[in-house]
Design a protein around this ligand. Structure first.
Ligand code: ZN
Ligand code: ZN
Length: 327
């Protein structure tokens, strides 16, 4: 789906298509070349405003996600405007994105916008699949020499592979203007080859990431659920199948925050007799993918328990119990 530009209907040759609705009032996406498409250009036609204010864009983004009858999809591609505004942030926070592909022309100004996007995706824990350099060069028809149009500086960002460089290609420009599918034309073209390569790379990287994610979900670094089998007792079910049982009192006492534990000496500041015996967790929040934060019934909530710390606590207690048993 495409939010800002009414250009997508033109490029796909679906300018004059009227969208239809399901019985439930959802918009049915237009299908072209085996692609389900939704665009502001389809909904608003040529009357689409050229300037969108932030809140409106955010609202449209939500509608495209939830009020369009997408059905079953292999991949949902969301074309975002450049930058790091409301739309991007709303999107990253409202649905779990598999990854982001950053597209930039090889110019310093576009680079700096792309770099900001890269940093934003990293901060919001959206994996960056890679970079695509658009309008990289023009290939001379006669001698096949690559003539750079903007500059020779390659697009580089640490931790993000370059997926491909798309040349300026008259065939691509023409096919987009006519709303024809470049991939259905009889003759291949430089842009088509480059785009195919980018598509293949994106797919293989996404598959790798999916595998990694599955492995991670079956490890000790992933919490499947936290349960409270009885008041004052907490059970953490890890992805690996391991279960750790803690008493709320024990966890509250082990709070690693700077108010409870001296950061430098590692000495406990919190006094055991200051904790109510009937303490219980009111709320538990996930912190990124590495820790939980607990809001206790005594009002204390600054403790962040990393998964590593929780494993260590469980291990230490197990050892202590074994030793006590031996004696
Ligand atoms: Zn030449
Ligand atoms: Zn604390």
């Amino acid at each position: 789906c495409d939010i800002y530009g009414p250009s997508i209907p033109l490029m796909l040759g679906i300018q004059n298509v009227e969208p239809t609705m399901t019985m439930a009032g959802k918009v049915i996406p237009v299908v072209q070349n085996n692609l389900k498409v939704m665009s502001i250009g389809i909904v608003a036609g040529d009357d689409a405003p050229l300037i969108w204010r932030g809140p409106m864009v955010t609202q449209v983004t939500r509608q495209f996600l939830h009020q369009v009858d997408w059905g079953k999809l292999d991949i949902l591609v969301i074309d975002l405007p450049p930058g790091t505004g409301d739309v991007q942030i709303t999107l990253c926070q409202s649905i779990p994105l598999s990854g982001a592909v950053i597209v930039s022309t090889p110019q310093d100004m576009s680079f700096s916008i792309a770099r900001k996007a890269f940093n934003m995706f990293q901060r919001l824990e959206v994996p960056v699949i890679g970079l695509v350099e658009n309008m990289s060069f023009y290939q001379c028809k006669n001698c096949h020499q690559e003539i750079p149009l903007f500059g020779n500086k390659p697009l580089e960002m640490e931790g993000a592979p370059l997926l491909g460089r798309i040349p300026i290609d008259p065939k691509l420009v023409l096919s987009l203007d006519r709303g024809e599918n470049l991939f259905l034309l009889s003759e291949s073209s430089p842009a088509q080859e480059a785009l195919t390569q980018v598509g293949d790379k994106v797919l293989s990287i996404m598959e790798e990431q999916l595998e990694k994610r599955e492995k991670w979900k079956q490890s000790d670094q992933y919490i499947q659920s936290i349960q409270e089998p009885k008041p004052g007792e907490l059970e953490i079910h890890w992805g690996s199948g391991k279960t750790d049982r803690f008493s709320a009192f024990e966890l509250r006492l082990a709070c690693p925050c700077a108010m409870c534990l001296d950061e430098w000496t590692g000495e406990k500041i919190l006094r055991e007799d200051s904790i109510p015996l009937d303490i219980y967790p009111q709320k538990i929040h996930l912190v990124g993918n590495y820790a939980i934060q607990i809001e206790w019934s005594d009002g204390h909530k600054t403790g962040i328990y990393t998964y590593q710390y929780l494993h260590k606590l469980a291990e230490t207690r197990k050892k202590a119990q074994e030793e006590a048993f031996e004696i």
